[in-house]
Design a protein around this ligand. Sequence first.
Ligand SMILES: [Zn+2]
Length: 405
Amino acid sequence: MIKLQFLILLMILLVLTACNIQDYIIGEASQGKNDEVVQVDVEPIVPEPKEPEYYSASISAIGDILIHNSVYEDAQIANDQYDFTKMFRDVKPYLENTDLTIANSESIIGGQELGLSSYPLFNSPYEIGDALKEVGVDVVNMANNHSLDGGEQAIINATNYWNDLGITYIGASPSQEASREIKTLTANNIIFSFLGYTYGTNGLQTPVGKEYLVNYIDQEKMAHDIQVAKEISDVVILNLHIGNEYEQHFNDYQNQVAQFAADQGVDLVIAHHPHVLQPVKWYEGREGNKTFVVHSLGNFLSAQDMLYTKIGAIFQIRVNKAVSYDIEGNETVTINLTNPKLLPTFVKFRNWSNYEIIPLQKATNKDLANANTVYEKIKSHMSQYVPELQFIEEQFQENVPTSAY
Ligand SMILES: [Zn+2]
């Protein structure tokens, strides 16, 4: 009996031992497997590049804001008060619907304290600045042939007023220190820098030692400024006051300066001075980069009464930024410009009053003889080098019922 009990005990012991051995073997095998798993876990530590990021912002630009006396007289609402906002009512939706808007302040806003004046030496009321602010203008170019019309004091007054409005001014400076700063604005994670230069100032000279007051087209200085702008921003936008007045085509010099800008790596050139529209064109820079050039944006608001000086435009373009990363985390920024668009505009007025900027498409035969033919001519003129240039028409039609409320 005892023998039997001993045998049973012995068998139980053997089974248990076998289990332990098996456990041990499995355990050892699992241990080995775990080692392999650890090794598999190590592999993802090898760094993978960060996912690329994409950003996009829209830009709009308008040409000359050139305030002749009949325009500011029309805007006068009281003895010393002016209100230009009603002149912009029809075009405001196209200016405020983009992330950044640029205008050329052709007649300097020296304010009433310096005495308002018209051609040939302009000085405009501050309130035109208020109207530009109200329609969404973010940047004004001050480098043009009228920059020195009111002397140094007008530049000081104007730059103070733009500062008060929170509008970035470029192309003219009240001090040496201010002239060294390259202005930037950020929209949707894209840093834009803005530069502005003029061919001249109607024979008026900057006072000796105050050359900083106005930026003149000087390729050496421009190349330097563009390099600095490229270091501190993603996108460089260059304003140029250049070309021959009343000519509908850009000349060789404009073409050469546009090519220079492309070679320097400028992304977008907005040009003005001819008072009429000149075509848009892509340029290829020496690095294979592409630059979009609007050769002349014409007048946006003025009392010039020749047919083509009444026609201007709102230009729009989309700026796309892609940021890609390598394994070390170094980033590469790629910029490309797409969807260039134009809304041709018309300055409507009668008897030197009731100034209004309207979409050209909306002009009737009473406003302008053969209005529709003129509109179609402007479309083919502006898109002759850029067939993909779109015209803002559907949006305008959609807008009709909205503005009728
Ligand atoms: Zn000009």
